[in-house]
Structures are given as structure tokens and as C-alpha cells.
Design a protein around this ligand. Structure first.
Ligand SMILES: [Zn+2]
Length: 323
């Protein structure tokens, strides 16, 4: 127990730094929020920005599945060429029905070498419930096609893996040893993630070149009932699984350009922390920032939904890569 307490000091203090900044800022000017991100050692998520190549691949896949791709063989005089039947690629141009796609989940709990610190089976089951409620629209968003079926929970005692960091040798060794299934199967790893991070995920386009690295990493204390308040209701899991399907942060690209590649998540200049109701950082006269979206950085108690556009994108990428 002493060891465990010590382990969490770094994370706890980093969380505290964010909490201190976030709470009063809710009552501060909008400009304070625009500069909120660089202050913190703490990052909600270490999933890297997609590379240009990844973005291009994923955009092409979405356009192809949704029947939006330009057809080089289109007959002259048939402008658009995107609505003459579609389908044929396995997914068609319609989002699959809510709850119709079951994702098998392999959940890997890492303890320290004395068997301490890791999540309980009950916490894993609670995390599964949070995933199914978030993706099932129970919390207030869209009912997505995805449901999650826990196939197996593994428990491993290993100090190096318990303290693995983003992209380091311990993380790679752990995943190489424990990962199960193919590209369509979700592997989640929980341990004492360092560096003040809550988690990270791989994009679907990573799988082909690096299959054993595929999956989602979660700070053990981010699971429901953990100690990483305000990030201890399990929504880090929902957020990272969103990345695993190919969703970007809602603040991807800031106010300009294609943003997160989804038309119904308003652009935002930077990540939102806390729950800054009414925050509107792009001032385009549209809707306020999507602070309630699972793909922002707000508190777990603030985020509760995916949008139809995100579901369409995730479904198209799933049809393409998670099969
Ligand atoms: Zn993220």
C-alpha cells in the first residue's frame, strides 16, 4: 500500500495542478481558456496528432465507404458520381444500426510485482459498462453501432510494465506478450501510467504496420471509482476507444481547415478543461465549443456524447480497418 501511495504522488500532484487552474477559470474570461492548455504538465491523452499520411488514408476510407469518393470513370455529364447506388465495399453508405457490431475486448490489468496497485475485476466490469453506455447513447449522445463484449481479463504482476511510459520498451514488451485477437479486437491495458497522462490509443491505420502495438492504454486510476478525479468515471476509456476507431480530438486543427473531419462538431481553438459552459473559441457565429463531447478534454462529469458525424466516421473506418 505504501508503494502504491507513493506511485500516485506524481499523478496526483499533476492532476491537482489542472484542477487548481480549471476551477477558477470557469469564472474567468474566455481568453484564459484559450491559454489553458500549455500550462499543465498533465495531458488528458497522449494519443499523438495524426500524421498527414494517416489523415489522408482515413479521409479516403471514409469517403469511399460513404460513397463520396470521386469516381475517375464517371460518365461525362454525370456530375458528382457519388449517389448512383453506392455500396459494394462491404459497408455501404449507411451507418450500421445501433448496437449491431460487437467488439470483443481483452482487458489486461497490470499490477506491480507484489501484486498491488492494479484494477479489480469489478472495476473492469464497471469500465465495460461505461463504454457500453457511452457508445450506446445511454448517456445522452447517439446510439452507435458498437457494443463491447469482455472476452477475457488478464492480471499480470510486473514492475516494469506497471510503470510503462508512452512508447517505451516496457509498453512494447507488455503489448507484444499480452495482445490477443486481430484488428477488429480491442485490447485495453491498465497500469500506473506515468507522466501525468490518463491514456493513449492507436489509430486504425497503425495496425497494418504495427499490429502488436494496437490498442488502448488507460491510467488504472481513471477507471470508475479510481483516485484520479475529476477523471475517474471511466470516460478516458470512452475517449481512447474513440481514437481507436479513428476519431480525432474535437480541437484537431483548431479553428481552421478540416478540423476533426466531422461536420457536426463545432471547431474549437484548443482543448477545453473543466466544464466551461458557453466556451466559444472560434467565433464563427456558429455553435459553442463541443465541450460535452467525449473527444474533448473536459472532466468526465462534463463529457457525455458522440455526434452522428463522429459515428458515421467511426463506422466507416471500422468497416475498412476493424474487420
Ligand atoms: Zn485523446
Amino acid at each position: 500500500m505504501i508503494k502504491t501511495t507513493k506511485m500516485f504522488c506524481a499523478v496526483t500532484s499533476a492532476l491537482f495542478a489542472v484542477a487548481v487552474f480549471s476551477t477558477p477559470a470557469a469564472a474567468q474570461s474566455q481568453s484564459a481558456w484559450e491559454h489553458a492548455n500549455p500550462n499543465a504538465k498533465f495531458k488528458r491523452c497522449a494519443t499523438p496528432d495524426p500524421s498527414a499520411e494517416q489523415m489522408s488514408k482515413m479521409n479516403d476510407a471514409v469517403n469511399k465507404v460513404r460513397g463520396l469518393a470521386k469516381k475517375p470513370d464517371s460518365k461525362p455529364g454525370n456530375p458528382g458520381g457519388g449517389s448512383d447506388g453506392g455500396g459494394g465495399d462491404g459497408g455501404g453508405d449507411t451507418v450500421r444500426p445501433g448496437g449491431s457490431v460487437t467488439i470483443d475486448v481483452y482487458f489486461h490489468v497490470i499490477n506491480d510485482s507484489n501484486g498491488n496497485g492494479g484494477n479489480s475485476q469489478a472495476q473492469v466490469l464497471d469500465q465495460m459498462d461505461v463504454l457500453n453506455e457511452g457508445f450506446g447513447g445511454i448517456t445522452g449522445g447517439v446510439n452507435t453501432p458498437f457494443t463491447f463484449n469482455l472476452v477475457e481479463t488478464t492480471f499480470t504482476n510486473n514492475d516494469a510494465w506497471y510503470n510503462a511510459g508512452y512508447g517505451d520498451g516496457a509498453e512494447r514488451a507488455m503489448k507484444a506478450a499480452l495482445r490477443r485477437g486481430g484488428p477488429e479486437d480491442l485490447n485495453i491495458y491498465s497500469f500506473n501510467v506515468g507522466g501525468g497522462l490518463l491514456g493513449w490509443a492507436t489509430f486504425p491505420t497503425n495496425y497494418a504496420s504495427d499490429p502488436s502495438y494496437d490498442g488502448v492504454v488507460l491510467l488504472n486510476e481513471s477507471l470508475p471509482g479510481g483516485s484520479s478525479a475529476p477523471y475517474n468515471e471511466g470516460d478516458t476509456g470512452t475517449h481512447e476507444v474513440g481514437h481507436w476507431f479513428g476519431l480525432y480530438h474535437t480541437f484537431q486543427g483548431g479553428c481552421n481547415g478540416a478540423g476533426d473531419g466531422v461536420s457536426d462538431t463545432p471547431a474549437e481553438r484548443s482543448a477545453a478543461y473543466g466544464c466551461p459552459v458557453g466556451r466559444d473559441t472560434c467565433r464563427k457565429g456558429g455553435e459553442p465549443d463541443p465541450i460535452y463531447n467525449f473527444m474533448d478534454y473536459t472532466d468526465d462529469s462534463c463529457m457525455f456524447k458522440f455526434t452522428p458525424g463522429q459515428v458515421s466516421r467511426a463506422d466507416a473506418l471500422s468497416v475498412t480497418y476493424r474487420k
